[in-house]
Design a protein around this ligand. Structure first.
Ligand SMILES: Cc1cc2nc3c(=O)[nH]c(=O)nc-3n(C[C@H](O)[C@H](O)[C@H](O)COP(=O)(O)OP(=O)(O)OC[C@H]3O[C@@H](n4cnc5c(N)ncnc54)[C@H](O)[C@@H]3O)c2cc1C
Length: 248
């Protein structure tokens, strides 16, 4: 399927740490999409158009955010990392993907589990009204190696201040001990019960919907853990409890 490109301009670049960054792209003309969907982002080269899918880290608008990590040896991300304000960048006109709240079953609590830049779709959802209207409790667990790999900390703290009884953000840091965070991985924090005891809510089929996004190992391991609790993947014809977005 051929893609229709909108020529955008980078108007802001926020560097969270070496190789971890957010670009804000002015690209009016991108068709309306749901928070959680992804666009193709890329650059024309002489021999081909080089592009990859990226979750949009903001709701639909003329200015779109992308939260990106430079992958060593990767084809596109070292180029994106080198781009600056004013540079042109191509964005696909039409977003795709089913990792959205309209594909999530109703529940008391929604668990948003992310590793690395898998945080991006949740930032878009939290900035939009739907998640706040549908779920009385929202827990976001962000798994990273080091504290410097955490992005959007201030914004997440603002949500927690604004909704102290409804929103909890739990950083899970695997290679460093950081005050206020759980040490280890999301999977070990579920296995040990540390995540649920920190937020005071159990992940179970009767009360929870789970979204998970990021690296494939975390997704496979958490799926396994949820299965052992009698939870299943949610599909339109076979309602279940969780949905998954695989980055690679
Ligand atoms: C639906 C979807 C949404 C995505 N959204 C985002 C996003 O919001 N932010 C983001 O940074 N990436 C996102 N990705 C990943 C992105 O599309 C690229 O795969 C990634 O940026 C690497 O591109 P590259 O050309 O530099 O590396 P490539 O040359 O394509 O590949 C290098 C290899 O690196 C691996 N890889 C890909 N991503 C990572 C990673 N994050 N960490 C370690 N290894 C990796 C893969 O195995 C890949 O084969 C998303 C992927 C999908 C499928």
């Amino acid at each position: 399927m051929s893609l229709h490109w909108i020529s955008g301009t980078i108007v802001k670049k926020h560097v969270w740490s070496d190789g971890l960054f957010t670009i804000s792209v002015q690209c009016p003309g991108v068709l309306p999409f749901e928070p959680g969907q992804f666009l193709q982002v890329g650059v024309p080269l002489r021999e081909k158009h080089l592009h990859r899918p990226y979750s949009v880290a903001s709701p639909h608008g003329d200015l779109l955010e992308f939260f990106i990590v430079r992958v060593e040896g990767g084809e596109l991300t070292p180029r994106l990392w080198g781009m600056e304000i004013g540079d042109a960048i191509d964005v696909s006109e039409k977003a795709t993907g089913g990792f959205t709240l309209s594909h999530v079953p109703d529940a008391d609590c929604i668990w948003l589990l992310a590793t690395g830049t898998g945080l991006a779709p949740y930032i878009a959802m939290l900035r939009d009204a739907v998640i706040w209207n549908r779920f009385s409790k929202i827990v976001l667990a962000h798994g990273v190696r080091y504290a410097t790999d955490l992005g959007y900390q201030e914004e997440l703290a603002q949500f927690a201040n604004q909704y102290p009884d409804r929103f909890q953000f739990v950083p899970v840091v695997s290679r460093q001990s950081v005050e206020g965070s759980i040490s280890g991985r999301i999977t070990t924090a579920i296995e040990s019960g540390a995540l649920e005891s920190k937020v005071g809510i159990a992940i179970q089929a009767t009360n929870s919907a789970v979204m998970m996004c990021g690296n494939p190992q975390m997704l496979d391991d958490v799926e396994h853990q949820l299965h052992s609790r009698g939870m299943t993947k949610h599909k339109p014809k076979t309602p279940g409890n969780y949905v998954v977005e695989r980055y690679w």
